[in-house]
Design a protein around this ligand. Structure first.
Ligand code: AMP
Length: 249
């Protein structure tokens, strides 16, 4: 059984992003880029499924500029078998990525397609859901536990009220939540081994996908600065402020 994992190259989660002076977007010049943290969890889960003998091949996919190859190499070092870069300079939106993943999943006949629940740059939380819809296959979003056996996946989902467990027939789309696993550290020998693994490069046109953006960003702004805190003299003063200033009680 093949598993396809989507990995996005994003601004590293430790970087404090700055908005460009013309408010057209976030400044990513000379900024450290890394694999989207939820996608690292997705790669780790795929490797664990392979180690458990459930899947036979892990294919990682990234869509974007040439430098996404670095992200793919990291995924190969964690334990993926081969990689595909869908190369484009166009700024990709979730629908375009979902169409790309659909084309590749069908071509590869993947039984499980695993993505992060959201990319930490656009925070869209859309790609997995759109992919399942376009492919007309089941989806389990926000997974915190995945068990695959007998042609089905049993997935525990993190929902508002607690946990929900659902069973899905394969092929299916799964999106990862934070508690699914703790990704392993990439070791030097595995980084060396990853250099020998294949990265195929294709263009969206080769897959018959039109990636033209459908949405236009009008303006990007910094959040308002938080005002400094104040010390209150006693509990009565605190209650007075919560009641009359913050109006929360
Ligand atoms: P989003 O819907 O943008 O929040 O992204 C959800 C997930 O879709 C990410 O965690 C990735 O697994 C996948 N994804 C989004 N954009 C890309 C991309 N350009 N290349 C590969 N995977 C992506």
């Amino acid at each position: 059984m093949k598993i396809l994992v989507a990995v996005k190259r994003v601004v590293d989660y430790n970087v404090k992003v700055r908005v460009k002076s013309d408010n057209s977007g976030v400044d990513i010049a000379n900024v450290k880029m890394s694999m989207n943290p939820f996608d690292e969890i997705a790669v780790e889960e795929a490797v664990r499924l392979k180690e458990a003998g459930v899947v036979s091949e892990i294919i990682v996919v990234s869509a974007g500029i040439t430098q996404c190859q670095e992200t793919l190499r990291t995924a190969l070092a964690i334990g993926a078998d081969r990689a595909i870069l869908v190369e484009t300079d166009t700024d990709l939106q979730p629908l375009a990525v979902a169409k790309i993943l659909k084309a590749l999943s069908e071509k590869e006949q993947a039984q499980i397609i695993i993505l992060g629940k959201q990319a930490i740059d656009d925070d869209s939380n859309q790609t997995g859901q759109m992919l399942a819809s376009l492919m007309d296959i089941p989806q389990a979003t926000f997974a915190s536990k995945v068990v695959v056996a007998d042609g089905k996946a049993t997935v525990t989902r993190e929902v508002d009220g607690g946990l929900e467990t659902i069973a899905l027939l394969l092929p299916a789309v799964i999106t990862t939540d934070l508690r699914l696993n703790e990704p392993r550290y990439v070791t030097l020998p595995n980084i060396m081994k990853a250099k020998k693994k294949t990265i195929d490069i294709v263009k969206p046109e080769d897959l018959g996908v039109d990636v033209t953006p459908r949405l236009k960003t009008l303006k990007v702004e910094e959040p308002p600065k938080r005002s400094a805190g104040v010390m209150v003299a006693d509990v009565a003063a605190l209650v007075e402020k919560l009641k009359n200033e913050a109006k929360v009680i």
